[in-house]
Design a protein. Sequence first.
Length: 361
Amino acid sequence: MSAPPIVSSPEAVDAAWLTAVLRHAEALGEAKVIGAVPTKVGDGMLGESVRFDLTYDRAAGDAPKSVVGKFPSADPVSRATGAGFGLYLNEVRFYQEIAPTVDIRTPRPYMAQIDEATQDFVLLLEDMGPARGGNQLTGCSLADAEVAMDEVAALHGPRWGDPKLGEVAFLNRDNAAVGGIAEMFPAIFQAFEARYGEVLEADYMDACRDFAGNIMAFYTGGPPAPRTLQHLDFRLDNMLFEPQGGRWPLAVLDWQSVTLGPGVLDVGYFIGAGLPEELRRKHEKDLLRRWLDALKRYGVDYGWDAAWDAYRHYLLQGVFTAIFASVGTKQTERGDAMFMTMARRHCAQALDLGSLEMLRR
């Protein structure tokens, strides 16, 4: 049976299409979907996510009671960013090719398809609710951060240093994009400064300016570190704690940025973005050690000195994201609050650990 067609907006989803998708995924027998009540989920900056509560025409056994659909953003700026930087393609290919090979908990995909010519795509995913969503604005507890360290090791560990990752096409696209980002970054920073110059504290804006002026050194001057899979946006808004009523400790969403690089980047990014400053300062090294210990379950022995040096450099990904994503996605009130929270936390982390000075070594 051929795969159902791509439906690239939540408004176009109907009962017949949902029935076809679930049957093709072998998640539904003879029953038919006869109703699907949509509810918007989350505050995705680059895509639209909708939960569909399903009604069947008869008893449907283990068929899902609800599913979550993810579609391209309806906002033209966000869609251009998602399509232009290959983020939509990344997420679809992650579910198609990578998710089965790692231990990190992600939703099961009932459908993951993209039209590369138009960048229309659809993900129809297992509903991980009920769950406790992470909140970037409030931050998290130490206990939640410890769970996140264990879970991100379950992404990094299974493919740590795996040479076969070099054969995965979507993870190895032309690296010219790095040069392109560096070339356009002065204009991106100008837009960031114009939007938030009266909001972000002067010392943090100075830190952002310092980073923007040395962005190529961030990409090319980092300490040597083994390559593995990176989530690259491993933060609280992309996490569901105790999903499906506590069936697992954590599920991780939003794989649009997945790439190859030092796993420690995800660690520094999460800690900087997710922990209030005093909690971070007190437990930063403890959390890095927890991640290193979790990697040992996969036979990875990554020494402390090398890990700490790399951590201090690659945590600057958070400063990059606060600048780049804030002007590359649709502007919302919550988005502004989130990006300013991230900018403050990441800049404080970078200043505390001398990360910006590392760029000028």
